[in-house]
Structures are given as C-alpha cells and as structure tokens.
Design a protein around this ligand. Structure first.
Ligand code: AMP
Length: 397
C-alpha cells in the first residue's frame, strides 16, 4: 500500500517521502483511516512499529483541514498528546515538526523538571498540538495557564506505561477538565485490565486495532542470554564489550545506584560509559542522549524509567544487565533495537535471582530464549530452565 492511498494531503506526503518512508507500516495502514474518520481508537502497538506517525499524520491532516480561517485563542490548544516521560514528549514533538514541516500548525512539548515560565509564555499564543507529561500539564491547568475548551482530540500515548508510573490520578483529573465532545485515541504496548479500565473512562465507543511485534515494520531481533553469577556481571559485560567489539549498546539496569556503580566498574576496566536516570538533570540527560545518538558516546547505562521514550534509531543492541520485573517491560526494551528496517540484538545477563523474572518473560514470549556460553565465566549458581506457563504471583487470580 502507498501513503498516497490513505487520504493524507500533499504537504504531509511530501514530508513523509523526504524522510525516506516508502510505505505505511501496519499500524499506520490501520490507524490513519480510522482517525481521519473521526472515530475513537484503542491501538495495541509498541515502540518501533511506527505508532507515532500513525496518530501524528492524521492529526496533522485533520487540524490542517479545519485550520482555514481558524484563529487560535490565547492559552487554547486543539490537540493534546499525553506521554509518560519528558523524553517521549520531546520525541513526539520532534516528529510533529518533521511531519508537519510544510504546514502552518504549531506544536510544543511541555514537561516538568524545567522552568515553567517559557512554557507559560508560549501557551499565551495558543498551540495547535501540545505534547505533555501529566504532572506539568495538570499544574499548568491549575494555574490557568491553559484552557481545554477548544480541545478537539486527546491522545494517550504509551498508556500502559503511564499507569505503571502511577499517573492514573493525574490523567483522570485532566480528563475531567476536557470538553465532552472530542475524539479520543489511546496507544499502548499492551492492553491490560488496567488499560481497559482507563479506556472505559476516557475512550468510549472505540474501534480497536492491534499489531503484533512481528508486523512487517518490525525487524528481526536476535534475543539471547548468558547465565552468570551476580558478582561477575560487570566483568562479563566488560568482556563482551571488548571481545565482541560492541560499538553501541543501551544497557538497562534496575536502580540509579546500580547504574552509577556499573559506570565506575566499567571505567576501571578502561571502558567509557555514562548513566542516564531520574537523578540527573534534564540538561545532562539531553546532552547524553544527543551524544549517544551521534555516536560520540557508545555505551549508555539507563534505568528502565529513564529509558522509556528514548527514540534511538537503528540501535544495534540493547543489554538487560538486570531483567525487568515486568515481562511487558522486557518486550518494550527489546523494541528499542533493530528499529525501522535494521536488525538488532537483545542480550540479557541472567543470574539466579533473575530466575522468576526470566520465567515470566519467557512465558510471555511463549518460547525459551537462546542461552549462549562465554568462556571464562563458569556459573556457580545455576539458573534452571524456565517453566513456560509461569504466572507471577501478582497476576494470579
Ligand atoms: P515509533 O514506533 O513511532 O517509535 O517509530 C519507530 C521508527 O520508525 C521511527 O524512527 C520512525 O521514524 C520510523 N518510521 C515510522 N513510520 C515509518 C515508515 N512508514 N517507514 C519507515 N520508517 C518509519
């Protein structure tokens, strides 16, 4: 299918073509016509499937079509995209600027952790598309720095993650303030019970679509793991980086403290890495991300939360230094690699205390992850083979 068949107008098609997109991805083929028709939508799609363009392109089309003669009033917005993290907000806003470069629509990313004055100033003129994290958004609404009475479309992006991060209260308070007459779009990597509950209050009468991880746009991700004693993880990681000559890797770790410690351990072995986590300032995080993207920094150690929303194209490799507690999080992490046409690998270092998480992940995948052995790292505490129908306690009924 060609982009031109989707009902998008020339300035948008031109921008998309200049980005080198030759055909819409599966989620784009399904979502764009539904959104253009004005219906509510619930979409199960994770990062890497082209989901951002699947709502940004039709949003631009609709707002542009209704733009003629429209004068934005002060502090008003026409579309609101809520994202879990500032990094994702920045990324989505960047996509809007790219896809909308030949249109006359305005957009802005608004998030916490930075001075609110410039954001307030910007809102004074009104903004067509606002991308915001829940906390700062609610704060601005409380301060009457923005009003929702002209809002036409609400998008909840990475809804599952927003719930995981405890934003449900803020989101509900925002939704209460929105005009009843509006179009609602919800995107989520997985549609859990909690997401359904949120959807019930925010997105009624919705059409539902889902794209699997194996959609045409999602490249092959080679997953493998190494079992290792916990106290040998950093030595093993250094060994892999050197022996396999890793040029670029995003390394996930559970805690801030662990991230800082690992960077120190790598440094002692002459390997340069940097840590990105919620304890670092926004300016530092942005600089590290830019360096990592440009290739100046080849190893980035990130806590799961900080890493959410980082859009790094064609990342060759993600490493799970620790396995995440949630199997969805694993899926999300590995979706960071091999994006948009490139292949990638996801490597996990698994010690005995990761066993339960491994069982949950492999059960979720429906298969066991290939185990590889690395010479020089014999394991004392053996990690058993998973039982594939494992259900974590918290999910048992
Ligand atoms: P997302 O799933 O929104 O995070 O997008 C993943 C990546 O796919 C981004 O780097 C986009 O630039 C890219 N992308 C989105 N749509 C297409 C497309 N139709 N063809 C090629 N690349 C795309």
């Amino acid at each position: 299918m060609a982009f031109s068949k989707l009902g998008l107008s020339d300035p948008i098609l031109k921008a998309v073509s200049e980005l080198g997109y030759t055909a819409p991805t599966a989620i784009q083929q399904q979502a764009i016509p539904i959104i253009l028709s004005g219906k509510n939508l619930i979409a199960a799609a994770q990062t890497g499937t082209g989901k951002t363009a699947s709502f940004v392109l039709p949003l631009l089309e609709k707002l542009n079509a209704a733009h003629y003669g429209h004068k934005l009033r002060a502090k008003r917005i026409r579309a609101l995209i809520i994202t879990p993290t500032r990094e994702l907000a920045v990324q989505v806003a960047a996509s809007i600027s790219q896809y909308g470069q030949y249109l006359n629509l305005t957009s802005m990313a608004m998030y916490g952790g930075v001075d609110e004055q410039p954001q307030k100033q910007r809102l004074l003129e009104g903004v067509d598309i606002l991308v915001a994290t829940p906390g700062r958004l609610l704060d601005m609404a409380h301060q009457r720095a923005l009003h929702f009475d002209e809002l036409e479309v609400l998008v909840l992006d990475e809804a599952d993650r927003m719930l995981d991060m405890g934003f449900i209260g803020d989101i509900n308070k925002i939704i209460e303030r929105l005009p009843a007459q509006r179009q609602n779009l919800l995107f989520s990597a997985t549609i859990s019970q909690d997401v359904r509950y949120l959807a019930k209050s925010a997105v009624n009468d919705a059409q539902e679509i889902s794209v699997s991880t194996n959609s045409a746009a999602t490249p092959e991700i080679e997953q493998w793991l190494i079992t290792v004693d916990k106290d040998k993880k950093s030595a093993l990681l250094s060994h892999l980086i050197e022996q396999q000559q890793w040029q670029q890797a995003l390394i996930f770790i559970e805690t801030k403290h662990g991230a800082a410690k690992l960077v120190g351990q790598l440094e002692k072995r002459g390997i340069k890495a940097e840590a990105i986590h919620s304890g670092r300032s926004q300016a530092v995080r942005e600089k590290l991300l830019a360096d990592f993207k440009s290739g100046e920094l080849s190893l980035l150690v990130a806590t799961g939360i900080a890493a959410r929303g980082l859009d790094i194209d064609e990342l060759p490799r993600v490493v799970n230094y620790d396995l995440p507690y949630q199997s969805d999080e694993y899926i999300h992490r590995i979706g960071r690699t091999g994006r948009a046409g490139a292949s990638g690998e996801a490597v996990s270092l698994v010690s005995k205390d990761d066993f339960k998480n491994l069982c949950a992940i492999e059960s979720r995948l429906g298969h066991i992850i290939e185990r590889r052995e690395i010479e020089g790292f014999p394991v004392k505490k053996v990690v058993p083979v998973s039982i594939l129908n494992f259900v974590p306690k918290s999910k048992r009924r």
